[in-house]
Design a protein. Structure first.
Length: 281
């Protein structure tokens, strides 16, 4: 376990999955505990895909590959490349096992930087293979809501009209349904999550704040480079995941071509790509 700390914050990060396990501010925990009886994760990293593929498979250059929902990064042991009191860089390299399900050579790094009351999380990928590489990545931090999510709102800096995409199993179905109209406040209701989560592809704002409307406690996530936003939790559980993604699940009628997957990023050989999201406690 890696520990980052400053005057007010202590952050614990596991090498398995490069997963944030704890964020304490002035001794108060802000992350879901990862209770395996409910949901055993706290902040899985999504790479090289976000969401599920139709039939858990994709086709690239005529060959079929089987890849589970959200990819494999959360299940892999990362190498600690750099670490200091307030920063850490963890890296995952492609190998023979990853190439059985994802035929690209890559270096994938997650950098954590603690500054004041903010935790900066940077995902970066480098294509070290020959030919173009296709990928998405996203965050999945579970923020503790010990009072229950219905004491909380999601606050956006801009007024939003948000329609959640219909889900068809683990894929995107046809159409959408309204959640808020011309408002910057999205009240959280447990009924939204009876089936799964809320997937938005039309959020104008580049940040979202989880705020307890009774106590004023708040956590803000800035996501300047992520076009999709997902809200999710296990029905009735005391946490909410605010998830900026660079891609979304397959559509239910996908033809399996990974180069056409919604939100997929194409990266040329030898090139690198990175983006940062920030959690402000």
């Amino acid at each position: 376990m890696i520990t980052l700390k400053n005057e007010t914050m202590v952050v614990e990060i596991a090498e398995l999955g490069a997963e944030i396990k704890s964020v304490k501010k002035n001794g108060v925990e802000n992350m879901w505990c990862g209770d395996p009886a409910i949901w055993g994760k706290s902040a899985p990293v999504l790479f090289p895909i976000c969401g599920g593929l139709k039939d858990d498979k994709f086709i690239f250059e005529g060959k079929e590959y089987n890849l589970a929902k959200h990819g494999f990064a959360s299940l892999k042991l990362f190498k600690v490349e750099e670490v200091s009191e307030t920063e850490a860089v963890l890296v995952l390299f492609s190998d023979e096992e990853t190439k059985k399900v994802y035929p690209f050579d890559f270096e994938f790094r997650v950098k954590f930087a603690l500054s004041g009351e903010s935790l900066f999380v940077t995902y970066s990928v480098k294509n070290i293979g020959i030919g173009d590489m296709y990928f998405s990545f996203g965050s999945h931090e579970a923020l503790a809501t010990p009072e229950g999510i219905e004491d909380y709102d999601i606050i956006f800096p801009e007024k939003e009209t948000l329609n959640a995409l219909y889900l068809y199993g683990a894929q995107i179905g046809e159409g959408s349904y309204p959640i808020i109209k011309d408002s910057n406040v999205l009240p959280l209701y447990d009924k939204y999550f009876i089936i799964d989560g809320l997937v938005f592809d039309n959020v104008k704002s580049k940040s979202a704040t989880l705020r307890n409307r009774k106590t004023g406690r708040s956590i803000t996530i800035d996501f300047p480079n992520k076009p999709y936003l997902v809200l999710w939790h296990k029905h009735s559980a005391p946490y909410i995941c605010i998830e900026p993604w660079s891609g979304i699940p397959d559509y239910y009628n996908s033809d399996y071509d990974i180069t056409k997957k919604p939100g997929i990023t194409k990266l040329e050989s030898g090139k690198a790509y990175e983006c940062t999201h920030t959690l402000k406690f």
